[in-house]
Design a protein around this ligand. Structure first.
Ligand code: ADP
Length: 268
């Protein structure tokens, strides 16, 4: 259990919450869960942890607001949904964190920002200043400007990747990815009833990568493939990663108590 003991000492933590955790299947926000996320993170900050939240959900929420019956197809529609949904999402986070006495700061990123040393440093300085002032940084991909077609802009494409890159640039000790599944299994458990949960991963081998399937929901994005990629980026850069079920977000407190929950990808 020594690896789980190390998790207990994590000071700087990035928490990524997926669409499947934040929204119901119809795309509407699961407010009870978002409230629990705000409460749990506030409690961590009360306990002197530094926490950054990477949140998905904006496109799904915007889609409902704009009365689109299905997933937006054109980049313009998707960008409009992101633009509308991001405001709704931040409004709710601001209100809920406010109930526990915390303010939030929004950081919208595209990949090209972090590929440029100067702009990357600016972003790091913003994170540091927010954290020093006990403000919760809330991060998302800047989806209303980030389609591939726009010149000079490159996308992360999924928030698992974004969260791992953010973890690396801020020197986080731990990245927690909350999804709709208990952890990483030796095959996709949604279609294989005999799938077994892997509790610790010391090395992401080719065999392990082959266990990762795609998303099983319409609103989910990367499935396990993007989570394994995120695991590689995090663990190769000294950051542990835990994949766990976001059904009850206070699970994060148990994880930080060193309990054997989810899958721990141990940093190198
Ligand atoms: P999120 O929106 O939280 O990012 P995704 O739907 O993108 O969630 O990814 C989680 C899904 O990945 C699970 O519900 C499951 O169906 C699928 N999956 C594929 N392969 C695996 C695996 N080896 N272990 C666990 N889940 C898997």
């Amino acid at each position: 259990m020594k690896y789980r003991d190390k998790v207990k000492t994590a000071k700087r933590i990035v928490i990524k919450v997926g669409t499947s955790t934040l929204t119901y299947e119809n795309g509407n926000l699961n407010l009870k869960r978002i409230e629990k996320i705000a409460q749990t993170i506030s409690d961590l900050v009360n306990n002197d942890k530094e926490v950054i939240l990477v949140t998905s959900g904006a496109v799904g929420v915007g889609k409902n607001k704009l009365n689109y019956s299905e997933k937006p197809k054109t980049p313009q529609e998707k960008q409009a949904c992101a633009s509308v949904g991001q405001v709704i999402l931040m409004n709710i986070y601001s209100k809920l964190f406010g109930e526990y006495g915390y303010s939030v700061g929004q950081i919208l990123l595209t990949k090209d920002v972090l590929e440029n040393e100067k702009r990357k440093l600016n972003v790091i300085n913003t994170f540091e200043t927010l954290l020093k002032n006990k403000i919760i940084p809330i991060v998302n991909e800047n989806d209303s400007v980030s389609i591939e077609e726009i010149e000079n802009i490159s996308r992360f494409g999924d928030n698992d990747n974004l969260a791992s890159v953010v973890s690396v640039i801020v020197g986080a000790d731990l990245l927690v990815i909350l999804s709709d599944i208990d952890g990483f299994y030796d095959k996709n458990p949604k279609i294989n009833f005999d799938a077994k949960l892997i509790s610790e991963v010391l090395e992401i081998t080719k065999e392990l990568e082959s266990f990762a399937g795609g998303s099983s929901t319409d609103l989910g994005t990367g499935g396990m493939q993007t989570k394994i990629q995120a695991g590689k980026i995090a663990t190769n850069n000294g950051c542990d990663m835990i994949l766990a079920n976001g059904e009850n977000p206070s699970i994060i407190l148990d994880i930080l108590d060193g309990k054997n929950i989810g899958t721990l990808f141990v940093s190198k």
